[in-house]
Ligand binder design. Structure first.
Ligand code: ATM
Length: 248
């Protein structure tokens, strides 16, 4: 099946953010959205799982009280992704709108693959099925030590008013209450992914101040934007008159 439907006009950039709990990616996605829009670019933010009617229902299930096997959990994340890619991501990018994703395929490899120790080959195959060839142009990995991730999550829950002595809900237990070893495997998994694809990953020290991280994210995004505009201009120059007429 052909996946790319873009013509010679400029496709939007697809930018994903990854990392463990409390790494600050949600803050960074919002800051980047503001910055892109402030620069006159069209951009949207999506969150995985979520950002479609089906994805939001699946998010409720995945973060709710219901128990589930690791296989069922994996398939629900993949189902949410398949829906998001087909109904939102490809159509949006094809219109030249940039998409910022709070988690994407690497989360499944890190959490279900390295964290839950499920088969990496199977996860890669399922990711391919769900994404139909879509890959981020850049993935920002906000790297924080596993202990710091767990500390930040605990203080956030206290701020949110959760009673630390109370039994946590199944959805919270699913990831946030996993032992330190799970978070260490998760982080090691992310670092392996980044080392395997250095041209896509931009690894940032997530313990830096928010503004410093935002500055590094903006620097890299600006470079990609300029490259993407240059490529689009080159494509237009190489069109024959018939193709140009079809675009007008
Ligand atoms: P947040 O991104 O809102 O934190 O929630 C999504 C949770 O789902 C997150 N962990 N917690 N808590 C990571 C987890 N997750 C997976 O395990 N696999 C996936 O493929 C995705 C997209 C998320």
């Amino acid at each position: 099946m052909s996946t790319r439907r873009t013509g010679p006009s400029q496709r939007g950039l697809f930018i994903s953010f990854e990392g463990g709990e409390g790494c600050g990616k949600t803050t960074q996605t919002r800051l980047l959205l503001q910055r892109l829009q402030g620069a006159g670019e069209r951009a949207v933010l999506v969150k995985e799982p979520g950002s479609t009617p089906l994805g939001e229902r699946l998010r409720e299930l995945l973060k709710g009280r219901i128990g589930m096997t690791p296989t069922a959990e994996l398939l629900l994340f993949i189902a949410a992704r398949a829906e998001l890619v087909s109904t939102v991501l490809w159509p949006t990018l094809d219109q030249g709108v940039h998409v910022i994703a709070d988690r994407f395929t690497d989360s499944t490899i890190a959490y279900q693959g390295y964290g839950r120790k499920m088969g990496l080959e199977t996860i890669h195959d399922l990711n391919r099925l769900a994404t139909r060839g879509l890959k981020p142009d850049v993935t920002f990995l906000l790297d924080i030590p596993a202990e710091e991730s767990m500390r930040r999550t605990r203080s956030q829950r206290l701020l949110d008013g959760a009673d630390p002595g109370r039994e946590s809900e199944a959805g919270q237990e699913r990831f946030e209450e996993q032992p330190t070893a799970f978070h260490q495997r998760l982080l090691a998994g992310y670092r392996k992914l980044a080392a395997a694809e250095p041209e896509r990953f931009c690894v940032l020290d997530g313990t830096q101040p928010v503004e410093a991280i935002a500055g590094q994210v903006w620097l890299k995004t600006g470079t990609l934007l300029r490259e993407s505009k240059r490529r689009a201009r080159r494509r237009v120059r190489t069109l024959d008159p018939e193709q140009t007429a079809r675009l007008l």
